[in-house]
Ligand binder design. Sequence first.
Ligand SMILES: *Cc1c(COP(=O)(O)O)cnc(C)c1O
Length: 430
Amino acid sequence: MRYERSSALFREACRVLPGGVNSPVRAFKAVGGTPVFVKEAAGAGFTDEDGHNYIDYIASWGPLLFGHAFPPVLEAVVAQARKGTSFGMPTALETQLAELAVSMVPNIDKIRFVNSGTEACMSAIRLARGYTGREKIIKFAGCYHGHADAFLIQAGSGAVTFGSPNSPGVTQGTAKDTLLANYNDLDGVRRLVEANPGQIAAIILEPVAGNMGCVPPVEGFIEGLRKLCTAEGILLIFDEVMTGFRLARGGAQEVLGIAADMVAFGKVIGGGLPVGAFAASAEIMAHLAPEGPVYQAGTLSGNPLAMSAGLAMLRQIESDPEVFDRLSEKTAYLHQGLEEALKQSGLPYQVNRFGSMISVHFTATPVRDFATSALGNNPYFKQYFHGMLEGGVYLPPSAFESYFLNDALSYADLDQTVAVAASVFRKMRA
Ligand SMILES: *Cc1c(COP(=O)(O)O)cnc(C)c1O
């Protein structure tokens, strides 16, 4: 059997891990079948426990901008590990990474490191509430901001894939403070703000959405949110956990030319180790403990291994700023190849792309929000996913996820991906 060892490992895992995994989307529930267990990875590819090789389009869900086991990051982590792995006391590394991040990203003076994107977003809204003295937040259907209670109201990807957009365990009390709008629908947001005068602390969004597939903002949407927030004293929070240090050195703020009041980071900023961060002006950050009254803490926050990995990653970006253009060009090349193959197949499709994020949706309807993205969560997607997997191409196992290209991908890898896709498309049936 093709996945013999992965299947055995999965059965074993299911005895001691709920659903056999530590994060739901890894379990393949949305696409069926058994998850492949990774043995090792390097560059753009990985090898599973049964010895098959794959071209990887998730790159650990985004962090690995330069591919797996990237030598500068590896060397930094190993060198630091020899000096101690955790202290619970300040280190110079934290300041170095903070200085570098603040110099790369527009509109932020200070940054707080945490251990995940979830923590970053959760803490950002606490600070926004503490700063404004208001309780409600607005989020968008299909945007994912981690699994803190306040965000599990129509969250994207994992939460949607598993049919629990409003998870049990999230109280009514929490849910009532999270107001829901549709992505790319500025009028809907205006109506919510009008109906809740003086009560909205923050509007949080993925400035380029990646957790309902890749859904870029339409012209005027984010500009409109910025104006509305400024007029109403609402903080505009960009969740750049996915887009930060991926779309540009300054993230989506730089690419879109719009200033956020607060920014959340994760993924690339940790270089593949667990790091999240949130950042804002010195004035807003002054409200955070120990400088101010809004509490936030972490035993492993600013962990030296994680800081070393993040530093090596951001330094690499600074020494090779063309990486973003290279990634965009590779993604455009993949887009073109996939689109030609899709056209020939006669299947209904949309390909959405922004920078190094791309997604294929099997629907004839343009995908610009959660409802239209959900149209592509259909049997075509499952056939596509499994066909690609068999052909040695690892895609996100959910119709609500973006692919993340990494710089280790070669044009030969991209050509091979398109060739596999073309043969898979030919076999797909409604
Ligand atoms: C991945 C992600 C998160 C959550 O980060 P974790 O590190 O998984 O907690 C939050 N927001 C966005 C936009 C993400 O893509």
